[in-house]
Design a protein around this ligand. Structure first.
Ligand code: B3K
Ligand code: ZN
Length: 872
């Protein structure tokens, strides 16, 4: 298998001046004619071959400047088209290919989803549509003509503006779309189908009116309004916060049900997985509404960070993705609660990115080699990438960050650029040397920060030592120290901040310590009392902190820290430590449990905290988080047992109080997805989770909530909590849910997820039966991920069974899925990254299953790469 290296980057010898595409869509097949105006670059030697990418293509005809090419002038196969000696001047290359979109199960290129023709081109799908220089640094204006049977496809959409349309004979019609903005092929999109729609408009800050449309299956129109509202709020926010205005006259979104990931930012024509568009209270949860708002915003924000400024090559993916995730996180923080959003994002980072960064699949946010680029759309590129941008914002301050972003847009609009250029912009705008900071992009692994301190009352001196280290990751045995921004405060014995009058030994800028070497010792003078340090406020860097704080100090911070994130984090650490030590054979003292319980009660009873925050505060860390904290020789059964025991110890004495609170939090007004109501529901469901796991009355309460629920948030929570605790009611609730919502695929996904999380020994048998049912939609990514993705990522007890049944269930499923859709298969396989953390028997069972997969099957490049990296 071929590895691609960043160091081999070179621009193409030819540029594509313009693109004209003609799609003749018929029921069975689609003919694609491409006219590419091509020109050699000034320094290209005459006679240099032109090599276009293809994937699974068959050339029907080829002409140059209107004349058919003789056989000796070119070579064509499924994966490339070479002009042996193209003219040394501008010329027009015309090719024709025939596609069969209905049999395209990889869902890359042109395919059909429930009858609708649609495309996905990022990163390398355009080459499945026509021969092309399919790479992000080849930018061209596109004109697209399409014709299709009117009955099958009354709606014809592509990027840019509609410039012509009309009727043809034989019940066909056509449309012509022109996109005036230069773009790489990965942003190309086309949709043809029989779709319903809702429309609206947005007037930009300079007064231009933009027509907005959301297209969907007929009958689903009324479920698109929340997405439309999110879109308009996103457009307004990007103007306010970043001065970015939309640039075309139309912005369309299409919802399709077969899609490899969340959504795609094609210029002026975003295509969405329908789970991130459709919402109504009876079938969508608060989390679904939240997700829709976030992803609609994310794709819209790509118009500037991704489309107007794109990536030079795929190694730079983080340039657009990390930055755009940062932007969508900021949007949600401004629209909802900032601390709650921050906790949410950090929780996500810790449950998915930290495990990736600490295991066999670790890679830098800007990797320098890959075999299959689709395997690098990872949480490291996206979420760690966003943390890096957030650190830049922290270092530069709000005004400094905005100034740098303005310069980025001004300097690079229209470019396909690099991480280096991005960093340079921040250096130029701030006057700071960011060369050490840039290491965050180039080095894998989560830094571990150690803390030690001492206080000398006589001299009123406080000394704080911070150290950093990063464990080796695949291919990177040694690590460089990073520049780590540590936002901090010192808290005195009475809970209020302690000041100082001088500090030496390192760089402190206001409330920011710049940790830029392996060890920094700061000496603060004029410190009146022995403080407790509150470090990494707002999670100012994506690191693991070994704070060395006692349970007492943690619970002190949980009560007194002025930083809400650290209050939450202190509770999480306190609980994680207790569960982890119990899972490793020690027991917590009754005092520890009492103190933690009291801290939880104080949090619940604090009138100054909002419900959504309280819900996060009482959320006892998941088994996977504790397992990660333990790090090696993990026995997931022991972790699950210890967690359950702690919840039981915490809840036991206050079960009545929690039940009363749970009852008080019921909502009597009609459902609304707004942050306040959602926060109240999440607190109530958080209490339910505690009661089900830790008391006898919980299971009954959940069953009662399930039957009485008037919205999906409450109904799903009741069912999922019951399933995760495998209560005696769980099978009945799952059964009812399945029939109650039969026929709604997105609700079926919820059932699949909850089913896959059941910790009982029968879960694998039940999943096998589900998959084997003749009507199981085995080519739909949402269904497969809901069942198998949830199982590998959130059911460690059954997935990592010592007898290997869980591992083999997954490898067998991966073999089948790989034949249909390699991207989905390889994503599911990444669940095996957990192996190095497990105790030997489980680890070996997992390795055996992987080795059998490797030895016995011919696998796609996608799956092969992941497999080899985990086995390495
Ligand atoms: N840019 C797309 C992701 C494409 C994934 C290809 N495997 C959606 C997004 O990040 O916004
Ligand atoms: Zn993105």
């Amino acid at each position: 298998e071929q590895t691609i290296y960043l160091k081999d980057y070179a621009p193409t010898p030819y540029r594509i001046v313009s693109v004209e595409l003609d799609f003749r869509i018929l029921e069975e097949r689609t003919r694609v004619r491409a006219q590419l105006t091509v020109e050699p670059r000034p320094d290209t030697a005459p006679g240099t071959p032109l090599v276009l990418d293809g994937d699974d293509l068959k050339l029907d005809s080829i002409a140059l400047d209107g004349a058919p090419l003789v056989l000796s002038a070119y070579a064509a196969d499924a994966n490339s088209l070479t002009l042996v000696e193209p003219p040394h001047r501008r010329f027009v290359l015309e090719t024709e290919v025939t596609l069969e979109p209905a049999s395209n199960t990889k869902l890359m290129g042109l395919y059909r989803s429930s009858g609708t023709w649609c495309t996905q081109c990022e990163p390398e799908g355009f080459r499945r549509i026509t021969y092309y220089l399919d790479r992000p640094d080849v930018l061209a204006p596109f004109k697209v003509r399409m014709s299709a049977p009117k009955a099958l496809a009354p709606v014809l959409l592509a990027n840019g503006n509609l410039v012509d349309k009309g009727e043809l004979g034989d019940d066909l019609h056509f449309a012509v779309w022109e996109d005036p903005f230069l773009k790489p092929a990965y942003l190309f999109a086309l949709v043809a189908g029989d779709l319903g729609s809702i429309t609206d408009s947005f007037t930009t800050m300079s007064g231009r009116k933009v027509e907005l449309g959301i297209y969907c299956t007929h009958g689903k129109e009324s479920e698109c309004f929340y997405a439309m509202d999110s879109l308009k709020r996103s457009m307004a926010w990007d103007e306010r916060r970043f001065g970015r205005e939309y640039d075309l006259d139309v912005f369309n979104i299409v919802a399709v049900s077969d899609f490899n990931f969340g959504a795609m930012e094609n210029k002026g024509l975003n295509i969405f997985n329908d789970r991130l568009v459709f919402a109504k209270p009876e079938t969508a949860t608060d989390a679904n509404y939240h997700g829709i708002e976030r992803v609609i915003a994310h794709e819209y924000f790509h118009n500037w960070t991704g489309n107007r400024i794109t990536c030079r090559d795929w190694f730079q993916l983080c340039l657009k993705e990390g930055l755009t995730v940062f932007r969508d996180q900021e949007f949600t923080s401004d629209e909802r609660s900032r601390p709650v959003q921050r906790i949410h994002d950090v929780q996500n980072l810790r449950t998915s990115q930290f495990p990736e960064d600490g295991g066999p699949l670790a890679h830098p946010p800007r990797p320098d080699s890959f075999r299959e680029i689709n395997n690098f759309y990872t949480t490291t590129v996206y979420e760690k990438g966003a943390e890096i941008v957030r650190m830049l914002a922290t270092l530069l301050g709000e005004a400094g960050f905005r100034k740098a972003m303005d310069l980025y847009f001004e300097r690079h609009d229209g470019d396909a650029t690099t991480i280096e250029a991005f960093i340079k912009v921040f250096e130029d705008a701030s006057g700071r040397d960011l060369s050490q900071f840039a290491t965050w992009y180039l080095q894998a692994g989560t830094p571990q920060v150690g803390v030690s301190d001492s206080y000398d009352a006589a001299s009123q001196t406080y000394t704080l030592t911070l150290t950093q280290k990063v464990d080796p990751t695949p291919g990177e045995p040694t690590k460089k120290p990073l520049l780590i921004p540590v936002r901090f405060g010192l808290i005195g014995p009475n809970g209020s901040p302690v000041g100082w009058n001088g500090v030496s030994g390192g760089t402190v800028e206001g409330d920011l310590i710049v940790l830029d070497s392996e060890s920094v010792t700061l000496t603060f003078t004029g410190v009146a009392n022995k403080p407790v340090p509150s470090l990494f406020r707002g999670f100012s860097a994506p690191v693991k902190v070994e704070s060395g704080l006692s349970q007492d100090d943690l619970l002190f911070l949980a009560r007194h820290d002025s930083d809400p994130f650290n209050r939450w984090d202190a509770l999480q650490s306190a609980a994680t430590t207790l569960i982890a030590s119990a899972a490793q054979g020690s027991t917590w003292s009754a005092t520890d449990a009492d103190a933690l319980r009291q801290a939880l009660v104080d949090t619940l009873e604090n009138p100054d905290l909002d419900d959504a925050f309280k819900a996060q505060a009482i959320d006892i860390p998941a088994e996977t988080v504790v397992g990660r904290h333990i790090g090696k020789d993990v026995d997931p059964d022991a972790v699950a047992e210890a967690r359950k025991a702690l919840v039981t110890a915490l809840v036991g004495p206050i079960a009545e109080k929690l039940t009363a609170l749970y009852r008080d939090l019921a909502i009597s007004v009609p459902y609304s997805p707004d942050a306040n109501q959602a926060g109240r529901r999440s607190l109530r469901n958080g209490l339910l989770a505690l009661l089900v796991a830790g008391s006898d009355q919980g299971a009954g309460l959940a069953a009662e909530q399930y039957s009485g629920a008037t919205n999906m948030t409450d109904r799903y929570a009741a069912m999922a909590i019951s399933a995760r605790n495998w209560t005696s009611e769980a099978p009945a609730l799952l059964g009812d849910f399945r029939t109650r919502f039969a026929g709604d695929p997105l609700v079926f996904d919820k059932w699949l997820t909850a089913s896959a999380q059941a910790p009982d020994g029968g879960v694998i048998e039940r999943m096998r039966a589900t998959l084997a049912a003749p009507d199981f939609p085995r080519t739909n990514p949402n269904r497969l991920r809901s069942l198998l993705g949830s199982f590998v990522m959130t059911n460690p007890v059954q997935f990592t069974r010592t007898d290997g049944l869980g591992f083999r269930f997954i490898t067998e499923a991966v073999v089948d899925i790989d034949k249909v859709n390699p991207q989905v298969a390889s994503r599911i396989l990444t669940g095996f990254r957990i192996l190095p953390t497990l105790e030997a028997a489980r680890r070996n069972a997992g390795l055996e299953a992987l080795q059998a997969l490797k030895d016995q099957h011919k696998l796609s490049r996608n799956v092969g790469e992941i497999l080899d990296r985990i086995l390495a």
